[in-house]
Design a protein around this ligand. Structure first.
Ligand code: MN
Ligand code: MN
Length: 469
């Protein structure tokens, strides 16, 4: 082929085809350095925000330090004012009043702060064969075998009958005891190993070992259980009946750590969706005097379908926007119709070890930046809001104009399974929504993996969305 012909093809290729680009290779040392620096804060967040309650209190502290105050419906606010609304300690809204207020809609960034885990049952404590154990009911979609034989920590609250709230936080520090779900040794697992995974590990196998010493040597029955209860009484002033009024959960005890010789990734529990919640929180803190009012929502219950007062099927966000609208002499419905939203949630990163679960042309990849997911759902686009071409064009232009590293992705191959995000609940309020977030390896495992660059680019995407004119 002549040189002339070759260069004509190259020029046409440049003009017409999507470049299979090299993700992180496009970034310079400084940008990568900024990503590494940003992720130091993210690792701190991860270690202090394993549950939604912890994420809310951590975020309120960070927001207050940045000048946010608790929202007061009876006060009037000026552009640039920063307020927050704490919904039952389990969901949080951070709002920066825009120069136009709500007149031309609001900009929403929404991430969830609940993650899969093992919740204690309301009557969890029992003794069997001189061992004390907790019964659990898993929360969210998990592969049950992954939760056996790994150190667990107990987090949550116990509310005594008189209303006293006792915070429980034990097992993360190496000086503290941890807990564990036992598993059967391979020597005796011949039968278990031949069963399908769903049968080999069922929900009632997820019992947590919490003690083995009797209260004393007398022959009183259940003295191991009694001994554990006595320790809990000494520490938290609780009795067995108080488990009934508790939100207690077993979470992986491991801390977030760098992954890889090059330290390019972070392994941790709960990336889904703290890895979008933290960038959204930081974008809310960093955005100054936006044109439209900006609302960041850190929501609860996403992993179990968004039902309940603190989930996105609740009216709490719309109620808040209605209050802001009223203050501007507007109606909620007129505000929503002009509003735009980035539903900040993770997508599955392409995993070469399980390549057959993915469709390579439409997967997101580690180190290729924030991933835009036009639609989620399953089985023929069922149960998704599917962002419109017009809105996709707007977001695409914004990210390109601000040099954010981004990619598109779909969750696995068609009919391979599927999943949803909160996007559709916001779209159902008559707003434009698309999912944007971080690709994750081993999603929903006790130790998930993300790339530092992707975390930072997701922050940049959210910030630029908030700050856009
Ligand atoms: Mn998620
Ligand atoms: Mn999830």
């Amino acid at each position: 082929m002549s040189e002339e012909k070759k260069s004509a093809a190259a020029a046409l290729k440049e003009k017409l085809l999507v470049k299979k680009e090299s993700g992180v290779r496009k970034l310079d040392e400084q940008e990568i350095g900024r990503a590494d620096e940003f992720c130091k804060g993210y690792v701190r967040f991860l270690d202090h925000a394993k549950t939604e309650r912890e994420a809310v209190s951590y975020s309120i502290q960070a927001a207050e330090a940045a000048g946010f105050t608790a929202y007061d419906r009876t006060r009037s606010y000026q552009p640039g004012d920063k307020v927050y609304v704490n919904n039952r300690g389990k969901a949080l809204m951070l709002c920066v009043i825009g120069q136009e207020g709500t007149k031309n809609g609001v900009r929403l960034g929404i991430a969830h702060i609940d993650s899969p885990r093992l919740d204690l049952k309301p009557n969890p404590l029992y003794e069997s064969s001189d061992l004390a154990l907790f019964k659990t009911h898993y929360y969210g979609g998990i592969k049950k075998y992954q939760w056996t034989a790994v150190p667990l920590a107990l987090h949550g609250v116990v509310v005594l009958k008189d209303g006293t709230v006792k915070d429980v936080y034990i097992g993360d520090d190496e000086s503290e005891p941890c807990f564990v779900v036992t598993d059967l040794l391979p020597h005796l697992a011949d039968e278990q190993m031949t069963q399908p995974m769903r049968k080999a590990f069922n929900g009632e196998h997820l019992n947590v070992l919490i003690g083995s010493r009797p209260f004393n040597t007398d022959e009183e029955s259940e003295s191991v259980k009694l001994n554990v209860m006595n320790l809990l009484f000494e520490k938290y002033g609780m009795t067995e009946a108080d488990f009934m009024s508790a939100d207690l959960t077993m979470v992986p005890a491991a801390r977030a750590r760098d992954v890889g010789f090059d330290r390019s990734m972070i392994g941790a529990y709960g990336h889904d969706d703290k890895v979008c919640a933290y960038p959204a929180l930081m974008a809310a803190i960093d955005v100054k005097a936006p044109v439209q009012t900006v609302i960041t929502v850190l929501t609860d219950r996403e992993e179990i379908g968004s039902d309940g007062s603190t989930g996105m099927k609740s009216t709490y966000m719309a109620d808040f926007i209605a209050d802001l609208a009223q203050a501007d002499g507007m109606e909620l419905r007129h505000v929503m119709a002009k509003s735009t939203c980035l539903s900040a949630d993770v997508n599955a990163a392409f995993d070469p070890t399980y390549a057959s679960a993915f469709e390579a042309n439409n997967s997101s990849y580690i180190n290729c930046g924030a991933v835009i997911t036009k639609y989620t759902g399953s089985g023929g686009k069922y149960s998704t809001s599917d962002a419109s071409a017009e809105y996709m064009a707007k977001i695409r232009k914004l990210l390109d104009d601000t040099n954010v590293l981004w990619q598109t992705g779909e969750l696995g191959k068609v009919d391979g399974g599927g999943g949803g995000t909160i996007a559709k609940f916001v779209a159902n309020l008559n707003a434009d929504v698309v999912d944007l977030g971080v690709p994750v390896l081993s999603m929903h495992a006790p130790f998930e993996v993300v790339s530092k660059v992707d975390v930072y680019e997701t922050y940049r995407a959210l910030y630029e969305f908030y700050a856009a004119k």
